[in-house]
Ligand binder design. Structure first.
Ligand code: ADP
Length: 282
């Protein structure tokens, strides 16, 4: 009303932005004098989505800088220590070089995952879809993770319902999802624990699951672990970028499926994802 009044009084274009706290809407108002009559033209644009995207972008940039700061600070401290004499120390020298190598690996992994994420999010990754049997997918992912599971002192098994339909899937990308989830299960489960991979039929598709007997995930974090950079407890996580599940969610959604997790902190976590079966898609 104020913009309109000012426009009527001055005969000049007026603009105002308005935030409606109750509905979180952000509106842009423009009042334009109408030269043919005594009225004004009022234009209202809903910029809520644009504003939200700006916030997401700002948060993303600040998250990345934050994530880069820690490994870069370690690299700086390690190289300075080496320069100040540790290089000629026969035990400390190689140890510090080993840690530099590990930090560089972590940074390289983060760069690769960020690139993956941005390519998947912007729709640049084309899925190579072909008929795939759920059991074949589970066996292939389990084979890739077998060594790591054994090294972690864990038992990895597969329980796949008989007679499941084929899914239309990009095997490489779906294996990436399963490897991410199994990798987390290994990281968060103590030696002696169990990891179970399963697949069962649901209406219109197949539901996959990965169950572990690990530390579990607190209820308030369950919906957030699929966000970029989200980690439940940075101190217990050890190495990890917080990007793996975010990438997995994009891959599953690009297949027309859904992904979620359930957890009981005493018994471990279960990750589920669904994929439509061939007959539903065609
Ligand atoms: P990260 O590289 O840190 O593993 P992810 O996106 O794969 O990143 O996972 C996000 C966070 O979710 C992890 O840091 C961890 O806190 C939590 N999480 C994921 N899987 C499990 C699991 N099986 N058990 C307990 N916590 C988990």
């Amino acid at each position: 009303m104020e913009a309109w009044r000012r426009c009527q009084k001055t005969n000049l274009l007026q603009s105002e932005s308005v935030e409606i706290p109750s509905s979180h809407h952000f509106l842009q108002l423009i009042a334009i004098p109408d030269t043919h009559s005594s009225g004004s033209l009022i234009l209202v644009q809903d910029l809520t989505r644009v504003r939200r995207l700006e916030t997401v972008r700002r948060d993303f940039v600040s998250n990345i800088s934050h994530e880069l700061r820690t490994p870069l600070a370690s690299l700086k401290a390690l190289t300075e220590t080496l320069q100040n004499g540790a290089l000629s120390d026969p035990t400390a020298g190689p140890r510090f070089l080993g840690r530099i190598n590990a930090e560089v690996d972590a940074l390289t992994q983060m760069a690769q995952e960020l690139l993956d994420l941005s390519r998947i999010e912007s729709g640049q990754v084309e899925l190579n879809l072909a008929p795939l049997h759920p059991k074949k997918l589970l066996i292939s992912a389990a084979d890739r993770m077998r060594m790591q599971t054994e090294r972690g002192g864990l038992n990895l098994s597969i329980k796949c319902e008989e007679g499941l339909p084929n899914i239309r899937a990009d095997q490489f990308r779906l294996e990436q999802v399963l490897v991410n989830i199994i990798h987390n299960a290994i990281k968060f489960t103590k030696p002696g624990g169990e990891i179970l991979l399963g697949a069962e039929s649901i209406v219109g598709g197949v539901r996959f699951k990965v169950r572990d007997t690990g530390v579990g995930i607190p209820p308030e974090s369950l919906s957030r672990i699929f966000e970029r950079f989200y980690r439940v407890d940075r101190s217990r996580t050890g190495a990890g970028t917080g990007l793996g599940l975010s990438i997995s969610r994009h891959i599953i959604e690009a297949h027309g499926g859904k992904i979620w997790a359930e957890s009981d902190e005493r018994h471990g976590s279960v990750f589920y994802f669904t994929l439509p079966c061939l007959s539903v898609i065609s």
